[in-house]
Design a protein around this ligand. Structure first.
Ligand code: HAM
Length: 450
């Protein structure tokens, strides 16, 4: 048995060893989950700038912001997005609630917004309701550029009232104008109509008729889709299926008169608003809730390989699938990361945002530091855009920090100033300085900022 002293020594050694940094220190740092990213303060400034344009355009057109929970009942998406879609079949993050309920992290927001509209009786308020949202969605996809597991969407929905084609056009217009304002180049709207429920039923029969003779020329997934979700065969990216898709009957030729009239109406409104579009007769979209208009917005030609920046369409049956009477609805969502990636290439100036704070507050010495907290509070109440760092000690250090910001003025508060109840205002460009009494500081600074 070791002596008492020896035991103590060994314990200290063990503690030391345990506290020692591992040699491969970097490898030990935990990282965010695959396909999910931190947005650092610099990135947040860029996003806030984007959201400012979103708010200005959407709110002008009468959209009101709404937020719904990140977790929803799984059923919400199986019923609306569709049991046989990739999103529901493969991509949802599910969580088992304590009571055995299956909750999922929302893979998109349209179903949540309609649920909320019905749950809170928004259908009893003025119709239609114009709603917009900004928030994260989650899909367990294979991460790559423009495709993440957590991504942000900016979305807009017009729900209720008449399913007038002007609303479809308005949704397309607000996103088109948003991209235009952000200076995205070569904006292309690809548009199609997939008709009403009866149109689709009839069309599916024709489509299956066509595919029946070509089952050996299509991919395994499409063989399965023939049973589960035939329309999605038109959207298959597998080269093997290309020939069969090209020869498939076109849905636009199979629309009923009301569906045709609706689609014609949408195109007329777009023409009148000078929004260019390309008819995409094979565009069907990967969510089951759509009817009539479907569209995607790209930069460039919008070829198959490209990722859509915005996508949406009409969904007049969605409320019905949630057990309520049919309610007209149309909307779209934009992928924030995808748009930011495009802007990085096409409009790099968009990403060079600096804090707009224009006054740097510097203190000198312990006494001034002590008196700084109430003084800063007085400046905040006067709405002055101040940057400060009371933890920094030397003045030169603080002025160096000030020069790295966009600050045009610095306020210098030292011991002498505390005793004399005043403060120095320094012009960061010219270096000229002026001393003003603390009583008059707000007025003096506001005058200089002008
Ligand atoms: P969605 O096509 O699934 O439609 O997504 C809309 C947009 O979100 C896409 O065009 C894309 O920009 C972005 N997005 C989708 N998945 C990802 C991902 N894994 N990584 C990055 N960005 C992504 C919807 O979500 C519908 N709720 C749109 C809608 C609103 N329809 C009617 N109202």
């Amino acid at each position: 048995m070791p002596a008492k002293g020896q035991m103590k020594k060994e314990t200290k050694k063990q503690v030391k060893r345990a506290l020692k940094k591992p040699t491969s220190h970097k490898k030990q740092i935990l990282q965010s989950p695959k396909g999910m990213h931190d947005i650092l303060p610099g990135g947040m400034l860029v996003r806030e700038k984007l959201y400012k344009s979103v708010k200005a355009i959407f709110e002008f057109y009468g959209f009101n912001r709404i937020e719904t929970p990140i977790l929803e009942m799984e059923e919400l998406f199986t019923k609306t997005v569709g049991e046989n879609t990739d999103i529901v079949e493969k991509e949802m993050y599910a969580i088992k609630g304590r009571g055995g309920q299956r909750l999922v992290m929302r893979p998109e927001m349209t179903a949540s917004i309609v649920r909320s509209y019905l749950e809170h009786g928004l259908h009893r308020q003025s119709q239609p309701q114009y709603l917009y949202y900004i928030g994260p969605a989650f899909r367990h996809e294979n991460p790559q550029a423009g495709r993440y597991r957590q991504f942000w969407q900016v979305g807009a929905e017009i729900i209720g009232g008449e399913g007038d084609p002007v609303y479809d056009a308005q949704i397309i217009l607000i996103f088109y104008k948003l991209l235009e304002e952000l200076k995205v180049k070569n904006i292309t709207v690809g548009i199609n109509s997939i008709g009403g429920a009866v149109d689709r039923q009839n069309y599916k029969k024709k489509l299956l008729e066509h595919y029946k003779d070509h089952t050996k020329e299509i991919c395994k997934n499409c063989v399965r889709r023939m049973k589960t979700n035939p329309l999605r065969m038109l959207d298959c990216k597998n080269k093997v299926c290309r020939g069969v898709i090209e020869e498939a009957p076109i849905i636009l030729d199979n629309l009923s008169t009301p569906s045709k009239t609706h689609f014609k109406g949408v195109l007329e409104f777009l023409d009148e608003a000078n929004i260019p579009y390309i008819l995409r007769p094979r565009l069907v979209r990967g969510l089951d809730y759509y009817n009539k208009t479907v569209f995607e917005i790209f930069t460039g030609e919008g070829e198959d390989s490209q990722l859509a920046l915005v996508a949406g369409g009409r969904y007049d049956y969605l409320a019905e699938t949630l057990g309520k009477r049919s309610t007209a609805g149309v909307g779209a969502a934009m992928g924030v990361e995808r748009v930011l990636e495009v802007l990085e290439e096409q409009n790099p100036a968009f990403g060079t945002v600096r804090s707009k704070k224009s006054i740097y507050f510097a203190h000198v010495g312990q006494l001034a530091k002590l008196k700084s907290l109430p003084l800063l509070e007085k400046l905040r109440q006067a709405n002055l855009p101040i940057i400060s760092n009371l933890g920094k000690k030397s003045l030169s250090n603080q002025l160096e920090s000030a020069s790295k910001t966009d600050a045009t003025l610095a306020l210098i508060f030292g011991q002498k100033e505390v005793y004399e109840d005043n403060i120095i205002i320094r012009d960061m460009k010219t270096g000229s300085q002026e001393t003003v009494s603390l009583e008059k500081i707000v007025k003096a600074v506001k005058k200089k900022l002008k």
